[in-house]
Design a protein around this ligand. Structure first.
Ligand code: DMJ
Length: 616
C-alpha cells in the first residue's frame, strides 16, 4: 500500500481529533465528514491515474498489439490494487473518526434519532384498489385472477414500504444530510456534491409510497438546510438525474413551491457548464460555486451524459416559463442527432469541441449509451407528442437495434448485444434491461400506426432474460453484466461476463418488469418482482440499509458496504408499484413521464397546434 501525504494528513487529522476532548458532539460529526472528504480526494487522485490509462487505451484502440494489451492489463491490475488500498484508507478514516467519537463520549456522538417503527406510519393510506381494474388487464385476465394476484402481492407491497423505511431510518440516524451512507458501518459514503443526495433522490419514492411524514421532514430539510456550496467538481449527469430530477419531481408531484425554487437555484449553477460553442454539450463535471466546467475521465463527451439531461431541463422551462434551460438541453440533443447523420444507433463517444462527430465505435444499450435512447422517446412523450424529431430518431434506433443487436440463444433467451468496432459482442449489462420496459411503453404510447409488431414480443423476451439474470444465480441476485451463449441450450446460455459478478442494487430489471406489469396486468411479472424483492431482503439487508454484493455466484454473499441512492429512488419504487393492486392509481403513465432516475414529471400539454414548449 502506498504511503501518501494525503494519508499522513488523514492520520494527523484523526489524532488531532482524539486530542480535542472538549469538542462538542455536533463538531465531531462535521469532522468525520471532513475526513471522509479528504479520503475522497485521495480516491480522486487515483481516479486521475485511471483516466490516464483509459486515454492510452483509447489511443491504442483496435490496433493494439497483444504486447500492448499485456502491459495495459498489468497497469490495470496495479490500479485496481491502488483503488482497493484507497477504499481501505477511506473506510479506516471514517472508522477511526467514529471510534474517536465513541472513545470521547459516554453516549453516541450525534443524538440518535429514535429508530422509527418499520410498520407503515399511522397516516399510511389504504392500499386497497380504489376503482375498477384497467381495461387492458381485463382483456387477458378475469377479475378473480387479478384479485388473487393483488392478494398475493400484498405482503411484498407492505414489505417494500418497510424496506424503504428501514433504509431511511438508518440514513436518518447515521448520515442525515450526507450524500450517501455506507449501509453496513452506518458511516458516510461518497460525497457527490454535498447536497443530501439521498434525501433528494428519495423524495419521489416517498410520495409514491405515500410516506407523508418522511416526505414532509425532507421538504423542511430542503427549505432550511440544502446548500449548493460544494467547491469540488461534481458530475453534471449524476447531479442532474439524482438531485435536480429529484427536486423537480417532488415539485411536479406535490406542487410545493420550495422544490422548484431550490431546483432553479441548482440549475442556474449548472447552466454555465453547457458549452456555449459547438457542440453545446454540458461538460462532464461542473463546479457549483464557480460554474466552471471540466472534462471527466474520458477525453470526449459520453453519449448518455449529453443525452440524459433533457427531461429535467425542459421541465424547468415548462414550469418557470424561462426557455433558457430547454434551449441548452435541446441543443445538446440536436448536436448528437447532427453527428448521427441519419443513423439510429450511434457510438457512445462524441467530441467536446467543434462540429459534432463520434470519436469511437462502440454501440451499447448498457453503460455510456443507455439513457440517450430512453430520453429520445421520453422527450417526445413529455411534450404530448408534439415534437416528432425525437420520436423519428428513436424509431430509427429501434429499427437498427432490432436488425443488428437483438439476438436469441438456442436456449430461448432474447438479448441485446453490443457492437464494438463493427464486431458484435454477446454481452449484456444489467443496465440494458431498461429496454424491455421502453419497448412496451412505446408500443402502448406511440400512435398505433407507428408501432412495430416486434416491439412487444421483444420486450417480453428481454424482460424474461433480465429476470433469469436473477433467477439463475444462487442468491437470486443479478450480476452487473452477462455473456449470452447463442449456441447453448436451455439453462446453459448465460454466464457472468468476465469479472462482472457484482450486484449493485440496480433498478433496470425491476423497471422492465414494472412496465410489463403496468400494461399487461400479468401476475407472472408480480411473481418475478416478488422473487427479486425477497432476494434483496434476504441477502442485502444490513443494520442501516441494504448493501451491494461482491459476487452473486457464491452461496454466502459478501457485502460491499455501498448503497447507491438509486436503490431508494428507483429499485424500491418500481418494485412497490408492481406490487400495488393498480399502479395507475398512484402513478398514471398517461399523465407522467419517468426520468431515467424514475422521477415522475408531469407531461406538458402545449396549446393545440404548437410544437413543444418553445412553440408557445
Ligand atoms: C441510475 O442512476 C439511472 O437509471 C441511470 O440512467 C443508469 N444508472 C443508474 C441505475 O443503475
Amino acid at each position: 500500500m502506498r504511503e501518501s501525504s494525503a494519508q499522513t494528513a488523514v492520520n494527523e487529522a484523526v489524532w488531532h481529533y482524539l486530542a480535542v476532548h472538549e469538542a462538542n458532539l455536533t463538531a465531531l460529526a462535521f469532522q468525520q465528514r471532513d475526513i471522509t472528504q479528504l479520503m475522497t480526494r485521495v480516491w480522486e487522485e487515483l481516479k486521475k491515474e485511471h483516466e490516464e490509462l483509459m486515454r492510452v487505451e483509447a489511443k491504442l484502440g483496435a490496433a493494439a498489439t497483444s504486447a500492448d494489451r499485456a502491459s495495459l492489463d498489468a497497469q490495470r491490475k496495479d490500479l485496481e490494487q491502488l483503488r482497493t488500498a484507497a477504499a481501505e484508507l477511506r473506510d479506516r478514516a471514517s472508522g477511526a473518526a467514529e471510534a474517536a467519537q465513541h472513545a470521547q463520549t459516554a453516549g453516541p456522538a450525534v443524538p440518535e434519532a429514535p429508530s422509527a417503527p418499520e410498520q407503515p406510519p399511522p397516516d399510511a393510506p389504504s392500499l386497497k384498489r380504489r376503482g375498477e381494474w384497467p381495461a387492458e388487464w381485463l382483456q387477458r385476465f378475469s377479475r378473480e385472477e387479478l384479485q388473487r394476484s393483488a392478494d398475493e402481492a400484498q405482503k411484498w407491497r407492505d414489505g417494500a414500504r418497510k424496506t424503504f423505511m428501514h433504509a431511511w431510518n438508518g440514513y436518518k440516524q447515521k448520515a442525515w444530510g450526507l450524500d450517501e451512507m455506507k449501509p453496513v458501518s452506518g458511516t458516510a459514503g461518497r460525497t457527490w456534491a454535498n447536497v443530501g443526495l439521498q434525501i433528494l433522490d428519495a423524495l419521489s419514492t416517498m410520495w409514491v409510497m405515500e410516506l407523508h411524514e418522511p416526505f414532509n421532514e425532507s421538504a423542511r430539510w430542503v427549505e432550511e438546510s440544502l446548500k449548493f456550496d460544494y467547491g469540488g467538481m461534481v458530475s453534471f449527469f449524476e447531479i442532474t438525474i439524482r438531485a435536480l430530477g429529484g427536486l423537480l419531481s417532488a415539485h411536479s408531484l406535490s406542487g410545493r413551491e420550495v422544490f422548484l425554487r431550490r431546483a432553479v437555484e441548482l440549475a442556474d449553477k449548472m447552466l454555465p457548464a453547457f458549452n456555449p460553442n459547438d457542440p453545446g454539450f454540458p461538460s462532464t463535471q461542473v463546479n457549483l460555486v464557480t460554474g466552471k466546467g471540466a472534462p471527466g475521465w474520458f477525453q470526449g463527451t459520453v453519449l448518455a451524459e449529453a443525452g440524459t439531461v433533457q427531461l429535467e431541463f425542459r421541465y424547468l422551462s415548462q414550469v418557470t416559463g424561462d426557455p433558457k434551460y430547454q434551449k441548452a438541453a435541446d441543443r445538446a440533443m440536436r448536436s448528437i442527432l447532427e453527428a448521427a447523420k441519419g443513423r439510429g444507433l450511434v457510438p457512445w463517444g462524441i467530441n467536446r469541441n467543434g462540429p459534432p462527430h463520434f470519436i469511437n465505435a462502440h454501440i451499447t444499450f448498457g453503460a455510456m449509451g443507455d439513457s440517450y435512447y430512453e430520453y429520445l422517446l421520453k422527450m417526445y412523450l413529455q411534450t404530448s407528442q408534439t415534437e416528432p424529431e425525437w420520436k423519428d430518431a428513436w424509431k430509427r434506433a429501434m429499427q437498427e437495434m432490432m436488425q443488428r443487436l437483438i439476438g436469441k440463444t438456442n436456449g430461448g433467451l432474447t438479448y441485446i448485444a453490443e457492437e464494438k468496432n463493427g464486431r458484435k459482442m454477446n454481452k449484456m449489462d444489467h443496465l440494458a434491461c431498461f429496454v424491455g420496459g421502453m419497448l412496451i411503453y412505446a408500443a402502448k404510447r406511440l400512435p398505433q400506426s407507428e408501432v412495430d409488431q416486434a416491439w412487444i414480443p421483444t420486450a417480453e423476451g428481454i424482460t424474461e432474460t433480465c429476470y433469469q439474470m436473477y433467477h439463475r444465480f444462487p442468491l437470486h441476485l443479478a450480476p452487473e453484466c452477462v455473456m449470452l451463449l447463442p449456441e447453448a441450450g436451455p439453462g446453459h446460455d448465460m454466464n457472468v461476463w468476465q469479472n462482472a459478478g457484482h450486484y449493485l442494487l440496480r433498478p433496470e430489471a425491476a423497471e422492465a418488469i414494472f412496465y410489463m406489469f403496468y400494461y399487461t396486468g400479468d401476475p407472472k411479472y408480480r411473481r418475478m418482482a416478488g422473487e427479486i424483492y425477497e432476494a434483496i431482503e434476504q441477502h442485502t439487508r444490513t443494520p442501516y440499509g441494504y448493501s451491494a454484493v461482491r459476487d452473486v455466484r457464491v452461496q454466502q454473499p459478501q457485502l460491499r458496504n455501498e448503497m447507491e441512492t438509486f436503490f431508494l429512488a428507483e429499485t424500491m419504487k418500481y418494485l412497490y408499484l408492481t406490487f400495488h393492486p393498480n399502479p395507475r392509481e398512484v402513478l398514471d403513465l398517461d399523465e407522467f413521464v419517468l426520468t431515467t432516475e424514475a422521477h415522475p414529471l408531469r407531461i406538458w400539454r402545449p396549446k393545440k397546434g404548437l410544437q413543444g414548449f418553445l412553440g408557445r
